[in-house]
Design a protein around this ligand. Structure first.
Ligand code: SF4
Length: 211
């Protein structure tokens, strides 16, 4: 039987370009936010080396509305977690609202902090987030820590921040900057961190030219 409406053949269609399917882009998983350029410490080894005010309030903070916009757009690309650092993220003037927002968004949370501005209320907000992991700096003895951080009583204040986290149900990681002057304190720092309730200790080499 004769086909009255034959389908066009390749020859009928003439020359054509073949377009390969685009390779799928990898999904975005984690975003790092340098929440602020400010910090309440003045560490000798600070790599961003700003002129800090040693204040618990930030003047160089990422606006909260912009933060929310970035997170919203990133979630469309697959975002599942954020890492907050700085400067000192807990000096951000909207840090409480940021933590509540991250909880609402069901995003995993990692924070690097010097611990000084972590209050019991903020620690509870961190604990309410998904899979919170917090690292806090502690550089050996009080004498060594206060020398490294260049702010009096920073050792007691960082230890109090760790205590607030532990009371809220978070066992933070302690990070020690190891220099010539405190390298003999690595073992004692580990014991101290354990006694405070930390889950682990990480050692980082202090830049040798600043010992
Ligand atoms: S706590 Fe971190 S950001 Fe703040 S001065 Fe020290 S190294 Fe710099």
């Amino acid at each position: 039987m004769l086909n009255e409406n034959p389908s066009p053949t390749r020859e009928d269609e003439g020359p054509r370009a073949t377009v390969e399917p685009a390779q799928a882009a990898p999904r975005l998983s984690t975003l790092y936010f340098y929440l602020t350029g400010d910090c309440n410490m003045a560490c000798r080894h600070c790599w961003i080396a700003p002129k800090f005010h040693n204040s618990d309030r930030s003047e160089k903070a990422l606006p909260f509305d912009l933060f929310k916009k970035i997170v919203g757009e990133a979630k469309e690309l697959g975002l599942t977690a954020v890492k907050l650092t700085g400067g000192e993220p807990f000096t951000h003037p909207d840090i409480a609202a940021i933590l509540e927002f991250l909880k609402e968004q069901d995003l995993g949370l990692t924070i690097e902090s010097n611990g000084v501005a972590i209050t019991p209320d903020l620690a509870r907000l961190v604990r309410a987030c998904k899979n919170p992991f917090v690292s806090v700096s502690l550089d050996g003895s009080k004498e060594s820590h206060d020398w490294m951080r260049a702010v009096p009583d920073s050792y007691e204040r960082a230890s109090a921040g760790i205590g607030a986290l532990v009371s809220a149900g978070i066992r933070p990681q302690v990070i020690m900057a190891v220099a010539e002057r405190n390298k003999h304190e690595m073992a004692s720092l580990a014991h101290h961190a354990k006694s405070l309730g930390a889950s682990s200790v990480k050692y980082k080499e202090f830049p040798q030219n600043r010992n």
